[in-house]
Design a protein around this ligand. Structure first.
Ligand SMILES: [Zn+2]
Length: 216
């Protein structure tokens, strides 16, 4: 966690607040986002260690990240380490969704006459936190599984393709897939006018472009 992340985090608090959420909920949201990304990274690191691959450093991006190694792990180890990150997020998401299903909605009120339950605009803090954590982890897990480098799904795609072609060619295709994912994300960001998605799209497209050049 470097000071570099303070800027985006403060921006995230501000953006979240501007969407009509109070400061406390915005702070909870950002804390959950940081915790979810850390869980993702920890899963990469622990899997790498379990497979006997020394980790050089873990690159933290604010939508996930990936590990780099002193020694390039074998293809299937690389895929397993890559899969562990999103898998951790999907596991956390399913646990939180299960909790959400049994959590009593204390704030729902019965309206006499209308005969309906009305859910308040702001549910209580615990319910908010569990719900936000569930959706955050679901989004992190699914996004990072998209099959393009530098995303975790791109590592898995490269390994799968490499059973039918050279690792270099498989990596080249996975990098191009990443460029396509980045460009689609940028187009979507412009369409929905989202700075956060634009930032992620630019990062993915830029990194994929770099990976493609390294592959040649
Ligand atoms: Zn990852």
């Amino acid at each position: 966690m470097s000071a570099l992340y303070l800027g985006p985090l403060l921006l995230l608090v501000a953006l979240h607040q501007s969407s009509g959420v109070d400061l406390l909920r915005a702070l909870i949201f950002v804390a959950l986002a940081v915790g979810s990304v850390l869980a993702h990274e920890l899963a990469h690191a622990l899997t790498a260690r379990a497979l006997g691959v020394p980790v050089r450093h873990i690159a933290l991006t604010w939508f996930g990240g990936y590990a780099s190694f002193w020694v390039q792990p074998t293809r299937w180890r690389d895929a397993a380490i890559a899969f562990a990150g999103p898998a951790a997020n999907l596991l956390i998401a399913s646990i939180l969704f299960a909790i959400l299903a049994v959590l009593p909605s204390q704030d729902a009120t019965w309206i006499e006459g209308a005969d309906i339950y009305v859910r308040p605009h702001n549910p209580n803090l615990i319910e908010y936190a569990v719900r936000a954590g569930a959706f955050l982890n679901l989004a992190l897990g699914l996004f990072n599984l998209l099959p393009g480098l530098p995303l975790d799904g791109g590592h898995i795609l490269r390994t799968v393709l490499s059973t039918r072609m050279s690792l270099g060619r498989a990596g080249w295709i996975a990098a191009w897939a990443g460029i396509v994912i980045g460009v689609v994300a940028i187009a979507y960001a412009i369409w929905v006018e989202s700075f956060a998605i634009l930032f992620v799209g630019l990062f993915v497209a830029g990194s994929a472009w770099g990976e493609r050049r390294a592959m040649r």
